[in-house]
Design a protein around this ligand. Structure first.
Ligand code: M7G
Length: 466
């Protein structure tokens, strides 16, 4: 089927990617072992647009080795006893081709993906996934147009090795961008599922197992048929985190040290199936570790929220816990208002009891109790709060204190509860019944505090007349 030309295609065709007109601005990364180099620059005709060009020397192709030897000349460098070293010039340039990948126009995220940068490991619990990774994926992921172009047969249709057109369980198998589709030594294919609602292995459930099993059996069969490579010579795996959040499986020759097969990134298809069969909610419960480069927005996002394994990756430090309990000790004694006698902790405890008395059919009672208890965090830090304060300063103070004392995940959960308390305290419109009921509890607590205050004033007043 002829491929429809998009606006970007037309532009690329015009430039024709003549490397003579590519101006290198920066070497992003270089691998002497993989014999590849990643460059950032621009084409002369599109000076304002960034491009990433990847040059890579190819593995030898066994089929044309003889031709390569007959069409080459040797220049001697040295001979020493029985040992000799030469430079070989291949006469036919076709036998010495480079693989070139071009990303144009490249976004800052593409540049970051190919730029050298130190790696970090994140141990992602389900809570961290929901709180940090998921919002990041939703707002920042790479565009998936190329994936949909393949699924719709608009691009690369002539390279498809195998496909199943079923809308729910179907998939497409084709050569990966990283492979030139020729020599088996670095065979690399990609299988893209048709359904669009599975972002990564995190979303996998027992419902997906039949599809995954068929992917394994049908793709390995198709690869055997086309390339004569046995299933036991194939490595089928997911990446976590992937670059593209549309479920896909990598198939590579097990002898090929493909990029991305390291333990902190690759998850074998068969192991993933086994995990789900042993524990149906494995991927929504497991802590998944992955590496992330320091220059990526995902790492920056985690870091800006306080994740740093050196400070709190392993969680609880004794000092942090002691400080936390010191503050809670203060909550037990410190009055929660200038004219009030009840302490922060007493008030929190009273509201927790009120929460217990609510009807669980209408509200999330456990959440109400937790939010009520978290109200005691107002005693943390130096800033004071009253009816008119905006609470911004207090929120920032409580957040940074909790993070300094507790493991990020715990701190984040407690802060979430406190935020809900503050929203109610500021009179922000309730989003649901539970928030509405919490606001009512808070109002009642304020009446009690004022009543206590009044009682003291009346008694003082009465004493004046004795
Ligand atoms: P990933 O795990 O999401 O990302 O895999 P990463 O391995 O790049 O970190 C996506 C896979 O899709 C990679 O193996 C890419 O080489 C491959 N790929 C990316 N693009 C843009 C294309 C494309 O346009 N066509 C094909 N066939 N493969 C692609």
């Amino acid at each position: 089927m002829a491929e429809a030309e998009t606006e970007i295609d037309a532009k690329r065709r015009k430039l024709d990617y003549d490397l003579k007109r590519f101006k290198i601005e920066r070497i992003l990364q270089e691998f002497s072992d993989r014999k590849s180099i990643f460059l950032e620059g621009h084409f002369a005709e599109a000076e304002t647009e960034n491009a990433v060009v990847i040059l890579e020397k190819l593995p030898f192709n066994k089929e044309n080795l003889e031709e390569l030897l007959t069409k080459s000349t040797l220049n001697i460098q040295f001979r020493n006893d029985i040992y000799g070293k030469y430079e070989c010039h291949v006469e036919d340039p076709k036998l010495n081709a480079l693989k070139v990948s071009v990303i144009h126009p490249a976004t800052a995220k593409h540049v970051a993906k190919y730029e050298a940068s130190q790696a970090r490991i994140i141990h992602e619990t389900p809570a961290l996934y929901n709180r940090f990774t998921l919002p990041f994926i939703e707002s920042e992921q790479f565009d998936l147009t190329w994936v949909y172009n393949i699924l719709n047969h608009e691009k690369e249709a002539d390279t498809i090795v195998y496909e199943d057109l079923g809308p729910d369980e179907g998939f497409v198998l084709l050569p990966d961008y990283k492979w030139n589709g020729k020599q088996l030594e670095d065979l690399y294919l990609i299988c893209i599922v048709r359904r669009r609602d599975i972002k990564s292995i995190r979303d996998l459930t027992p419902d997906h197992v039949p599809m995954l099993k068929r992917i394994w059996s049908e793709c390995t069969e198709a690869i055997k048929r086309k390339y004569d490579l046995d299933p036991s010579r194939m490595r089928a795996y997911f990446h976590y985190q992937p670059s593209y959040y549309h479920l896909h499986i990598h198939f590579s020759n097990v002898d090929f040290q493909a990029p991305g097969i390291n333990v902190e990134k690759a998850h074998l298809l068969q192991t993933v199936i086994g995990n789900i069969e042993t524990c149906p909610d494995y991927y929504s419960k497991a802590t998944l570790a992955f590496s992330v480069k320091e220059n990526t927005s995902l790492w920056k996002y985690y870091k800006s929220h306080g994740y740093d394994s050196e400070e709190n990756g392993d969680g609880v430090t004794l000092e942090g816990m002691l400080n936390f309990f010191k503050w809670m000790g203060k909550a037990k004694h410190e009055p929660c208002g200038e004219y009030w006698q009840a302490s922060y902790a007493e008030s929190a405890w009273r509201m927790a009891l009120m929460a217990l008395a609510t009807n669980p059919a209408n509200v999330d009672r456990a959440l109400l109790v937790r939010v009520a208890l978290s109200s005691a965090f107002t005693c943390m830090g130096e800033s004071s709060t009253d009816q008119t304060s905006e609470w911004k300063e207090k929120l920032a103070e409580v957040k940074s204190k909790l993070k300094a004392m507790l493991p990020l995940e715990k701190a984040d959960k407690l802060y979430g509860l406190y935020e809900m308390h503050v929203r109610a305290r500021r009179g922000v419109k309730a989003k649901n019944e539970t928030e509405f009921v919490y606001r009512k509890i808070l109002e009642f607590e304020e009446v009690l505090l004022q009543w206590e205050e009044l009682k003291v004033s009346i008694l003082t007043f009465v004493k004046c007349f004795h």
